[in-house]
Write a protein that binds this ligand. Structure first.
Ligand code: PSV
Ligand code: MN
Length: 406
């Protein structure tokens, strides 16, 4: 039986997609290169980054092979345990990357047991706000455009806390943060339905982040971490609504099977990621401009080789955006106008199954990176080389395992 050939984009659509993808950049997280694990333990990898310079080196190599990851998100306490100084920007530059989003850490210190900016104790709330203000100052020095806030605050039991009082405390803190931010900085407010708190999280869904962003000020937006939704949630609808409201600040991309699994993008449900990109591409098609948001990865590679996982994910994000850019918008509009349910769905599905390899090849040629970044990296010997160096560094510094998420 003859196999049906995959649909192809028109050459005009392919050219437009190539053009758009040359302006498409994704930020990688510093913590994605370090040894991480679950609360049950860590499986150490020799090639995993030991310190910040290793993380910059890994981010730099990811950028060298993909051409689309020029910035690295940092987590203040994990990356600057001895404080921040401008020399760290030079260190990043030495490895061909820049520091991107600044992530304050409001969940590790024992004082945050009952919350940070929603803690009943005013001295703890003050401390949390001070840490946010310090993080903003770091962002000012690094020239970062995003302060990315994830609050682990919440409660484990009914009756434990006053839900509305905590909402008020959070709003007041975010207002202060917003006031302190330089004019070119955006406050990104992430949400998550559970974990670590089990009964409720103060920032539990996009509606909560939306309301908090409105309370904070005009430069506060919602951050969608694709893994932070309850099963069955229609994430692309959330994305479409936030875009429409001018309230989408950006993404933390990853994939999930059960909860916040932090798996590589498109490893479980590539069609979901495609549908998200479809909403972005649809808006851009209509608006005739790029959607100004932050595309970031947030993954925790527990058993995956770190740089390989990052390159694979970044390439998949790029590939899924390429497919979304190939949706025949005119045909879709016509099919929708006729209430042609089958035809409309088929147009999306056709784009999803399109072979976008030629588009990606053309983009990579323009960016001066290999056609197949992952294969090229795997053949490069980088991992084996750094494994030797980092094993020695670990021996010298005594870095061990331990049970920890990151
Ligand atoms: C929380 O689960 C989260 O998604 C936040 O973005 C944190 O900054 C990150 O993970 C830390 O691993
Ligand atoms: Mn996240």
């Amino acid at each position: 039986m003859a196999r049906k050939r995959a649909a192809r984009p028109s050459s005009a659509a392919a050219d437009a997609a190539i053009d758009r993808l040359c302006r498409f950049f994704v930020e990688v997280p510093s913590w994605g290169f370090a040894n991480t694990g679950t609360r049950f333990g860590k499986f150490l990898q020799d090639a995993a980054a030991v310190d910040l310079e290793d993380k910059f080196a890994d981010a730099g190599v990811t950028h060298r092979y993909t051409g689309i990851t020029p910035t690295v998100a940092v987590h203040v306490l994990w990356d600057f345990p001895n404080g921040f100084d401008r020399g760290l920007c030079r260190l990043a530059a030495k490895h061909g990357v820049k520091i991107g989003a600044i992530n304050p850490n409001l969940f590790q210190d024992p004082c945050y047991k009952f919350g940070s900016i929603t803690n009943r104790d005013p001295s703890v709330r003050r401390r949390a706000i001070d840490h946010i203000l310090d993080s903003i100052e770091i962002g000012r020095q690094t020239g970062s455009r995003h302060l990315s806030l994830w609050l682990a605050d919440g409660a484990n039991y009914p009756g434990q806390a006053d839900i509305r009082q905590r909402k008020a405390w959070a709003a007041a803190a975010l207002k202060k943060a917003h006031e302190a931010m330089p004019g070119n900085m955006t406050l990104l407010l992430e949400y998550k339905p559970f974990e670590p708190a089990t009964y409720f999280m103060d920032f539990f869904d996009w509606g909560a982040s939306y309301i908090f962003a409105k309370a904070a000020g005009p430069r506060a937006k919602v951050l969608v971490d694709t893994g932070h939704h309850l099963p069955g949630c229609n994430v692309e609808q959330i994305v479409a609504w936030l875009i429409d409201e001018g309230m989408l600040g950006g993404f933390h991309f990853n994939d999930r099977k059960y909860a916040d699994d932090d798996l590589m993008v498109a490893s479980i449900d590539p069609y979901q990621a495609f549908r998200i990109f479809n909403e972005i591409a649809a808006w851009e098609h209509q608006a005739g401009k790029d959607l100004p948001i932050a595309y970031m990865i947030d993954q925790s590679h527990n058993i995956e080789p770190k740089v390989q996982a990052m390159i694979q994910t970044v390439c998949r994000v790029q590939e899924l955006f390429a497919k979304a850019l190939c949706v025949n918008r005119e045909a879709l509009a016509a099919a929708q106008a006729k209430e042609d349910v089958i035809g409309s769905e088929d147009i999306l599905h056709k784009a999803f199954t399109m072979d976008v390899t030629p588009i990606l090849k053309a983009v990579r040629k323009k960016l001066g990176v290999p056609d197949e970044p992952l294969e090229a990296f795997r053949a490069s010997g980088y991992e084996a080389r750094v494994a030797v160096q980092r094993r020695a560094k670990r021996r010298a510094t005594g870095e061990g395992g331990g049970a920890s998420y990151a």
